[in-house]
Design a binder for this molecule. Structure first.
Ligand SMILES: O=C(O)/C=C/C(=O)CC(=O)CC(=O)O
Ligand SMILES: [Ca+2]
Ligand SMILES: [Mg+2]
Length: 427
């Protein structure tokens, strides 16, 4: 058995409520069922008899790092082949172990608030050039603070749900007057999300050193964006209808406990940031991420971007310290988006806006050749190109993420995937 490293929700077929589970290979363990048997005997969780018998992870998230470490150690012990408490209890196994293929994944937490940052220097530079032109690549504030906007939690979807093309006001090029149209420039943004742990009280700030203890875990995040709507509406208050119709996450949270082996150095910051953002040790996570399109009727993945989270200029602790600087309270289960992850090399631009230079240079994509491309795909099909500027109806966007250690062992984030449906009817 490999070690359990992910917590999320599952709904067993025929079950009347959601359950909290951990993934173990091709199976899911219902941790609420283990808690019902009082198997969490550590000093903290033995006192918190029902945190896993909930439909969401918020209560467990609120308990903080010692409880998370205790839960992980207890699960590793209970699920190891040398321990009999679960292995030898057939009734419990029947109740608590279900095939991964039979569960329907749900949002892992009740997300009270969602904030999306903008901390990839390459992405901010490219967007600045595309939206505001030469000389405006990076705004003067960008190197001094993790820039963000407050997002919309009501439209956060879990992987597997589909997205309707949004309507909005847009200015057709060459026209002086806006029109209401289904977006003609629907895009994705390849991001990571961070779930907040215990949080802070209103009127308190979280210091940057130690703010890593607020990172419950991470997911993949797609900040679906309508570029034509965004371009017309964003001055001066930032994104609104261009981004409020859907944000999507992968269902399995990879906990910060499980991510510890993949901590790495964060990029150097020049000029130095203000003291409240200075970290005594700057670390981030080495996570590979990719975004592919699967067009309607195809099983081929066409890769748009592959990059790494470690390139992000500001870290989660800096984002948390800045978010709470003025006393804004973060609550257990709140979600932070990192912003689009773009590297500087070819094929590393994490959204179509950047990859097509603002829609001016359509992409000619080739299928990814890996285990996801079916074996029987012949060379003619492999050679088929996909032309895209922005997304077509029927396109599925599929994001993946993984960590890899020096011996080639992988820790997977699974996928965040959703297809584009035609827009709804306006009444
Ligand atoms: O530069 C701008 O005006 C806006 C760019 C974005 O699309 C903002 C955003 O969602 C942040 C990000 O994903 O990095
Ligand atoms: Ca974004
Ligand atoms: Mg969004």
């Amino acid at each position: 058995m490999t070690s359990p490293q992910q917590h999320s929700l599952k709904e067993t077929k025929g079950s009347d409520r959601n359950h909290i589970g951990v993934a173990l290979g091709q199976q899911v363990i219902d941790v609420g069922a283990l808690q019902e048997q009082r198997l969490f005997t550590g000093p903290i969780l033995s006192q918190k008899g029902s945190c896993f018998r909930k439909e969401h992870l918020n209560e467990f998230m609120s308990l903080g790092t010692s409880a998370w470490a205790e839960a992980r150690a207890t699960l590793q012990r209970l699920l190891s082949s040398s321990e009999g408490a679960v292995r030898d209890n057939r009734k419990l196994i029947e109740a608590a172990v279900v095939p991964l293929a039979s569960v329907a994944m749900q949002l892992p937490a009740q997300i009270g608030d969602y904030t999306d940052f903008y901390v990839s220097k390459q992405h901010a530079f490219n967007c600045g050039a595309l939206f505001r032109g030469p000389g405006h690549e990076l705004q003067p504030n960008w190197v001094h603070m993790p820039v963000a906007y407050h997002g919309r939690s009501s439209s956060i979807l879990v992987s597997g749900q589909n997205i309707k093309r949004p309507w909005g006001q847009a200015l057709t090029p060459g026209s002086l007057n806006p029109e209401v149209v289904p977006s003609k420039a629907l895009d994705f943004e390849l991001e990571m999300g961070c779930f907040i742990g215990s949080g802070n009280g209103l009127g308190e700030s979280i210091p940057v050193d130690g703010a890593d203890s607020q990172i419950f875990g991470m997911v993949l995040l797609n900040d679906w964006t309508a570029r034509d709507i965004q371009k017309w509406e964003y001055v001066p208050l930032g994104p609104f209808n261009g981004k409020n119709f859907a944000t999507q996450i992968s269902p399995w949270i990879v906990t910060s406990e499980a991510l510890k082996p993949f901590l790495c150095e964060a990029p150097e910051q020049q000029p130095p940031v203000l003291p409240y953002l200075q970290e005594s040790k700057r670390s981030t996570y080495d996570i590979h991420v990719a975004a592919d399109i699967i067009p309607a009727g195809s099983d081929l993945h066409y890769r748009v971007a592959r990059t790494n989270f470690q390139t992000m200029y500001f870290t989660w602790p800096q984002m948390i310290a800045h978010h709470t600087l003025g006393g804004c309270n973060l609550r257990p289960g709140d979600l932070l988006g990192s912003g689009t992850i773009s590297g500087g090399g070819p094929g590393q631009r994490g959204c179509l806006l950047e990859a097509t230079c603002g829609g001016r240079e359509p992409l000619q994509l080739t299928p990814v050749v890996n285990e996801e491309v079916p074996q029987d795909v012949d060379d003619t099909r492999r050679a088929q190109r996909l032309m895209r500027t922005y997304l077509n109806d029927g396109d599925m966007v599929i994001m993946s993420g993984w960590c890899e250690n020096s011996s080639g062992e992988q820790l997977s984030f699974g996928t965040c995937q959703g297809a584009v449906l035609p827009s709804h009817k306006l009444l």
